[in-house]
Write a protein that binds this ligand. Sequence first.
Ligand code: ADP
Length: 261
Amino acid sequence: TEAQLRQSQRMEAVGQLTGGVAHDFNNLLTVIIGNIDDLLEDRSERDPATSQLRMALKAAERAAELTQRLLAFSRKQALDPRAVDINGLLGQLEPLVQRTMGDAIDIVFILDKAIDRAMVDAGQLESALLNLAINALHAMPEGGKLTIETSMAYLDRDYAGSRLEVAEGHYICISVTDTGSGMTPDVLERVFEPFFTTKPAGLGTGLGLSMAYGFVKQSKGHISIYSEPAMGTTVRIYLPRARVEGVEARQLPEAVAVPTG
Ligand code: ADP
């Protein structure tokens, strides 16, 4: 559709623009970080410059992280898709999610033991999920509940009408639900736009969901968002099932489950 075309043109333009700048910027940051590191070496804790240097280092490291993300975004970072045990990946991610969300937020994992492996880049999936968790955290400043759930899902032609850009069949669905502020329709309409953010500078870059979108599309998956103001938000990521010994997983009879380790 026209909206999709505009979205991909926009992503491409931003990608080209950021790629060049991010690359140079990354080199400069390496110099900055290296020099601060040198200055911090053997410096006494009592030296008043120490804490200032630490703060400078922290900021530079955050900038480097952001630059890395920009680079990944612009070069459509080569994905390394493998058959990934999604429940296992979420289990490993749980402590980090707990720490990120803090005490004010209840975290519930509902992992469907019957799901197959998904064909996906595990590292990219982790960073997409963390981004979703951080968005949820920002949407629940007074606390709330985060639910991360896995399930099998069948996407057919009717799913999301003609917007469906994925092959019909079975997918592994990871949904991330918060009980936060939710989004108004006009915000919801723009969330996948690169650099669209409603957050104050320093808190948001406006890249989280556009990167998640790019990553999921590249993975031949699908992403959808349901949100209602004052009620909360659910982001669903659908990932293709992994092939089993060269056979397309969705061609297997329903009874054959891939062991999830
Ligand atoms: P960022 O989080 O840096 O602003 P994103 O692309 O991740 O960038 O999100 C874009 C915008 O979408 C956010 O600024 C926010 O307004 C809205 N948004 C994203 N996730 C949520 C959520 N879980 N609840 C409410 N609003 C959200």
